[in-house]
Each structure stands twice: as C-alpha cells, then as structure tokens.
Write a protein that binds this ligand. Structure first.
Ligand code: NAD
Ligand code: WQD
Length: 364
C-alpha cells in the first residue's frame, strides 16, 4: 500500500540510497537546487559505512550541510539496504515514486580481499532493494553503474554497445556487471520496470561552494583525492602507477567528469521516466568523451591550486588499463545532457573543498 494522508496522496518522494556519500550527496544537492516548490521529498537511506556523522548529530555532515546550502529538508534514515524490514518502513512512510541507488561498497582493491562482503553488499543489497520496490509497486530505478563493466576496451571511445563483463578483474567491477544483468532479466520478466543504469566514468570535483566533496576514509585509492591530499600537505608525494603505457606521455588516460555534471545527468535521467512508452533496461554512459593522463591531471591541479605536487613514477597497478574514455552520443540523444564543466573547474572545485576542509567533513 502506498502511504496516503486522509485519502490524499502525499508528496511524491525520491528515495536515494547511499545519498550521504560522494556522488549521492551531490545529486541530492542538484535535485534540491533544481526544485522550485515542493514537487517532491528527498528521502536518503544510508548505513554510514562510508559517510561521517558528527557526535550528537542525527544526520551525516554531508546532508546537514546540503540542508544549509539549499535551505531545504532531507528525510534521513540510517539503515542498511539489506535490511528489508527497515527499508519497507521507509516505503510505508513516504510516497516513493522512484529510487536512485548509489549505496554500494566501492574500493576496487578491498573487493579483491573481501569478495563475499562486496557481493553481499552490492548484489544482495540491490536485490533486497528491488524486491522491496516491487512489494510497494515502485518500478522506476536509476542505478549507479560504472565504466568498469566494459573491462579492457576493445575499441575507443567506449559506447554502450561495447561488450560488458569480459575480463573483469575485481569483485567490485563484477558486482556492477552482475547487477546490470539482474536488472536486464528483471525488466524482461516484468514490463513495469523502468531501469536506467548510468555508467559513470571517473567522477571528480566537488560542489562549487567547496562545502561538500569527496571524503575518502584512509589513504585515497583514486587519483584526484590523492593529488588533492598531496597539495594540502596531508600526503607527501603522488605515486604514479606506470609511465610505460601506450599513451602520449606513458601514464594512464581516463575520462574525468565533474560530479556536478554527473549529478545533473541523474536529474535528466529522471525526466526519461515521464516519456510515454519508456520502459525496460537502458544503460547510458556519463562521461565527457575526453581523456586526460595522470601527468596532465597533476599539471592541471598544480595550476588550479598554486601548489607543487611532488610525484614519483612507480610500477603499474595490477588490473589497470591504459586508456578509457566514453562515447557520449547516447547521453546527448536520450538525456539531452552533456558535461559542461572543464578540467580547470574539476581541479578548482576539488581544491576549494580540500583547502577549506583539509581533513574532510571532520573539520566542517
Ligand atoms: P560513497 O562510498 O561515497 O557513497 C556510497 C554511500 O553508500 C556511502 O555513504 C555509504 O555509507 C553507503 N552505503 C554503502 N553500503 C551501504 C548499504 N549496504 N546500505 C546503505 N548504505 C550503504 O561512493 P560514491 O563514490 O558516492 O559512489 C556511489 C555509487 O556510484 C556506488 O554505487 C559506486 O559503485 C558508483 N560509482 C562510483 C564511482 C566513483 O569513482 N566514485 C565510479 C563509478 C560508479
Ligand atoms: C586513475 C588513473 C591510475 C592513483 C577506478 C575504478 C573504477 C571507477 C573509477 C567505480 C589510473 C592512476 C591512481 C594513484 C596513479 N570506480 N593513479 N596514482 O582506476 O580509472 O577507476 O575509479 O566504479 O571502477 O577502478 O581510477 O582514480 O584509481 O586512477 O597513478 O595514486 O590514475 O593508474 O591511470 P580508475 P583511479
């Protein structure tokens, strides 16, 4: 049963799993910034396994700050998406219209050490979420997928028709691929499902205010937060993983995309749900279509921050590929979306966040 108040349907809600994390918090911000009135509620569920909450606070810092930035309220429930009963209560309390599903474990290296934990959280969690959605008659889902599902590129740019699931090296990457396969099967079995799997390339940057951003626990695994922590003096030097790739300067090339552009892509994807006849499973890349090397990223960050970024070339990291970047044609066509932020914006906004918050949310 969908919740109603005195027989009147309550305000539609967008349920955001993992909304306290990096991409989720920026997407929630953009959704609220785009909202002119009270068209929908934002309901975030997160188990806080990778989000920080200050002592005595009910909400994690990211959501608390978003409420300040936007002057709007976010409904927050601390729960694990594998907890079907807790999740059901949220569907019974709010008039959930659609779900944006970010909640997952995402550390590639850790997933090799802890495959069961990753499959349980990412695949088990996604299945429980979709079972609960079906139980409450909610069939619109936006899923956070990854360019990692393409494995080693057979051709570039990577278009959505490129094979997926081949040669994947980590349980993390496989969990994203398996979830997409499950979603395909589900949408074939029941035509009510409308599932959009957004395949992110490399999200970087922060909200332009510098008040929210990426706050990795421990030593960052990804390039941009690592560079930012070198620039702010938390880490002494960047280790560049190999300079013998078949790329212009020998270092790995990736399609970095500003997290605010990525967030806007979700808002545009939600509009697809309203298109008459739209149904089934659709995978769509979210990238810029342009690749930058590690050394280009270092140079751009140095220019944006005015800080020296000492680096040392070491051996390749296991499982890394030389180059990837996206074919953006489908996102332009289906979503009417394109990334507008530049590499300079990505570095400047990361630096604003990092320099204002050298220890992440713990100092906010
Ligand atoms: P993140 O870790 O910052 O955010 C994920 C959030 O989900 C965290 O707040 C965490 O506490 C929460 N969470 C994790 N497991 C949960 C569970 N079982 N129940 C409830 N909450 C849970 O990660 P992110 O970078 O924001 O990534 C969001 C999504 O995008 C993930 O699905 C990730 O796989 C995907 N993705 C991320 C990248 C990237 O480079 N950041 C690239 C491609 C895809
Ligand atoms: C970028 C480049 C590294 C760190 C990962 C996941 C992928 C997706 C995005 C979620 C590469 C080099 C990095 C460092 C370095 N996430 N590098 N020194 O590997 O493209 O993708 O994040 O879905 O699934 O695998 O991103 O930021 O780790 O690396 O030289 O300390 O920077 O070798 O060329 P990657 P990354």
């Amino acid at each position: 049963m969908k919740p109603t108040e005195n027989g009147i349907t309550m305000t539609p809600a967008i349920l955001v799993t993992g909304g306290a994390g990096y991409v989720g918090s920026h997407t929630v911000t953009t959704l609220l910034e785009r909202q002119s009135g009270q068209e929908f509620e934002i309901v975030v569920v997160d188990n806080l396994s990778n989000a920080y909450r200050s002592e005595g606070q009910k909400k994690p810092e990211s959501l608390r700050i978003i409420e300040e930035i936007t002057n709007k309220t976010i409904h927050f429930y601390e729960l694990d998406i594998r907890d079907a009963d807790a999740l059901s209560k949220v569907f019974e309390t709010h008039n959930v219209e659609c779900v944006i599903h970010f909640a997952a474990l995402k550390a590639v290296g850790e997933s090799v050490e802890k495959p069961l934990e990753y499959y349980q959280a990412n695949i088990g969690g996604t299945c429980t979420l979709m079972e609960t959605m079906r139980k409450y008659g909610v069939f619109k889902l936006i899923y956070s997928s990854s360019c990692t599902v393409y494995g080693e590129p057979e051709r570039l740019p990577l278009d959505e028709g490129h094979p997926t699931g081949r040669g994947l090296t980590s349980p993390y990457g496989k969990s994203k691929y398996f979830c997409e396969e499950i979603m395909k099967d589900l949408s074939i079995s029941d035509k009510k499902w409308k599932i959009i799997s957004l395949r992110y390339f490399n999200p970087v940057g922060a909200h332009r205010s510098g008040r929210i951003g990426e706050d990795p626990a421990g030593i960052p695994n990804n390039l941009m937060p690592f560079i930012a922590q070198v620039a702010v003096g938390r880490l002494s030097e960047l280790k560049v993983f190999g300079n013998d790739y078949p790329t212009p300067d020998g270092t790995g090339v990736r399609d970095y995309i500003h997290v605010e552009d990525l967030a806007e892509g979700h808002v545009k994807a939600m509009k697809l749900f309203q298109q008459p006849g739209f149904s089934g499973f659709h995978a769509i890349n979210l990238g810029t279509g342009t690749g930058y090397s590690v050394l280009e990223m270092v140079a751009a960050f140095k220019a944006a921050s005015g800080k020296d970024i000492p680096y040392r070339i070491i051996g390749r990291r296991a499982g890394d590929i030389a180059t990837n970047y996206s074919d953006v044609a489908l996102s332009h066509k289906l979503l009417g979306w394109r990334a507008v932020k530049t590499l300079e914006d990505m570095c400047a906004d990361t630096w604003r966040w990092q320099s204002k918050n050298p220890n992440g949310f713990k100092t906010s």
